[in-house]
Design a protein. Sequence first.
Length: 500
Amino acid sequence: MRVFPLSVPMHGTRVALVGAAGLAARKLALLAKTPADVTLFAPESSPELTAQIASSMAHPEFCLTRVPGWPDATALRGFALVFIAVEDRDAGTELARFARAAGAFVNVVDRPDLSDFHVPAIVERGEVVVAIATGGLAPSLARFVRAKVEAALPSGLGFLGELARRLETNLRHTLPVAGDRRRFWEKLLHGPIGQRAQAGDVAGAEAQALADLARGTDEAPRGMVHIVGAGPGDPDLLTLRALRLLQAADVVVHDRLVDPRILDLARRDADFIFVGKKAQAHSMSQAAINALLIAEARAGRNVVRLKGGDPFIFGRGGEEVDALKAAGIAVSVVPGVTAALACAASAGAALTHRDYAHAVTFLTGHACGEGIGEGIGEGIGEAANAGGRPDLDWSAFGGSGQTLAIYMGALRVDGLVARLLAAGRPSEEPVLAVENGSRPEERRLWSTLGTLAHDLGRFVQDGPVLLIVGEAARQRVDHSDCAIPVEIQEFIHADAEITG
């Protein structure tokens, strides 16, 4: 993070605006939305500036004084912020020197090299202000993001900000504990009071909220557990619901394969509890994880149980749901993008392309009693017992026209290949192995069933590996300009272009 976002309270803050007529008018329009005390230094006027001054004075909390002339260092003393909006570079440099000598923080329009701070692209919803900054390097990018945020935020969000301002004093007096205030707000924002405020009835929402506060409750706080699929790694593959729950969680219980970039999306003050599993190194048993989730919910906390991939695809989400329901804990499940879908999409291998396959089957390379790993599959080095035998009817997977997506199979590749060949699958059948699917470090290997064991031993490093077996795995090879040797294929990055 090359720039650090700050919000500056502007009520009564002394601000100097130094500028030529046109540039000053545009900056004044922005400052006039605040309750700042602004002094405008402008030696020249223009119809645009005159009109903007008149418009600015209509804002009841805004205070404006005009000084006809350029300031020196003495004139700029006592100002917290100085905005310099001039076209002449030398004049801007000199004025910035005066402002710093006077002890002010300086912004020179379109001159990030001369500025102590930059003005971000702003999305305004009344009391709620969202800033998008690129450190002055790419203003067009900031405006692009602003357009996306503008479209995503409801217009009534500002009314919620107004409600928050009205309730602030009462809330701090009635609910002195920060956690109690947070839970009150979470209930309010997602309930009928929040909906009433967003509809514009802020006074009615305030009265209803105050009534709830006055009524109080003697009930013990009741928490809830959300079992959330984090997807294979790329934060862009999170569902919107998963993102919202992360940002409201009191505690996040997460697996080893959850990408750190996804954890960064959670609330900053949430508690993070790691319960990941790896071969011979389980940080916590499944029974202990279940007990932890129950205890946190009974303590009144909002819990997100974050799992790589999808919770119900080889992720033990069903076991956790059963345990929580048996304990009387409210639970919800949020699906995630599972590895088979993400890896296939990244490589351009359609799992059910009608020319190649009429079915797709998700398999695990681990038997039920052999330490199944997490969410999207643990890959090489993740089995609790490398010598175990998968407890599956492999004869059902020998026919043509079906794609196999095999999770957690890298360590048992010899046994997997032997069983698939014995079931009738040809040795020349294509196989795609994807390690760290959807992540920046994604690697791919195209091989065949007959050579997979040899090739995979040279390919796999330490990331989770998914195997795609069947004609679907041939698509990337068929659509390439030339066949790529295994030695080169294993270094292909996820950003490689899918041709065809």
